[in-house]
Ligand binder design. Sequence first.
Ligand SMILES: [Zn+2]
Length: 446
Amino acid sequence: VQKWDEISMKKMLFRIVSGISLAVAVFLTIGTFTSHAEDVVVVIDPGHGGENLGGQWAGHDEKDLNLVTAQAMKEYLELFDGITVYLTREEDKELYLQERADFAAEKEADFLFCLHYNMSEEHTLFGAEVWVPAFAGLYEPGTAFAQIEMEELTAMGLFSRGIKTRLNTKGTDYYGIIRACTEYGFPSVIIEHCHLDERNDTGYWSSEEKLKKFGVADATAVAKYFRLKSETLGLDYSGYEVPEVTADAEVMRPDETAPEYCSLTLESADYENGSVTVSVEAADADTYIQYVEFSFDGGDTWQELQPFNGEKKSFTLRVKMGTTPVLTARAYNLYDLKTESVPVQLETFTILPEPLEPAQPEPDAAPDASGAEAVSTPSAIVQGFGTITIEQSSKQDLVFFGLLGALVALLMILGGVFLSIYITSLHNRRYRKSYSQKDMKNSRTR
Ligand SMILES: [Zn+2]
């Protein structure tokens, strides 16, 4: 009995020990498994680096701006629960696009966000744009995220240049980073926050604070897309409604044709002050009309781009006085392909005579100062404004008044001469008269 008890005790102990260790093992396995399944892994890729500077504007290299925004994005995202964030580069170093995608694949990324700042060839475009994968399966998550991102950016006041796909001649994604991530099978987007080289966007990136603000906006879009919570920030996006996107083709092709239609109608023109109101109607079958621009010389030179985003819009333009403009409009679709309207010839805009500024008298100048000095002083004051007319008119005035004075003097002299002749003659006549009367009297008395 004793022996049996000893054996059964040992068996019991063994069972208990193995049971506990099994439970611990199962617990650990489930724990690791669930934490892996729950944690979202994102890779943030600050564009360019090292020798690859990216856009250069106003003494800044795009690679540096991208890194500031990326670091702020990571910092803010890490305040949310259930997310692991990696940067492809934490310093200024060059990386191949393939290396960036390899890094994300190695980290088993759920999404790669590639951050950039934009520039355009003619420095005319402005606004934010997001590039997404063209292929069904990755197009949907890319576009769903891009819609949330664009909402964040337009809420900051930026103009949307759209959410777009682009293909190369081989028919795969044009942008290398998207192409490489697509090959691995995880979604990726390129965020072009704003344009460095257009004054509409300058106010959005001109300080480190502003670059970081973009990072927070990007992080917010990611948190919303993955429905994250942050106890630290007191934010809960678990109920956030991620847009439902469906690809209606295997490959979502970019728009390769210019807008179908663009017409310009003259509504009114004020030929006295140079103000012209026109309405533009434009349409594009594949995307939409994003900008319009105007030419006053029939399309030789173009004015600044105007946001359009619609089908019909009125514009009030300022025409240079003294010109006979040939007004033309040009409509851009989402891919910057453009269509010109038929030109409209306007009448000549009159030039109203500019009122002459009165010459400022020099306070210290003695009234009897020489003529040359009196003229040169006020002209020196207004020279900074490029007005030489005042000097000329003063000279003309001087000559005019001089001549007038001379004429008056001449008239006065002549008048004096005539007056003296008249008085003399009058006196003579009286004298003669009195003389003759006296004479007569005398003769009578005599
Ligand atoms: Zn770039």
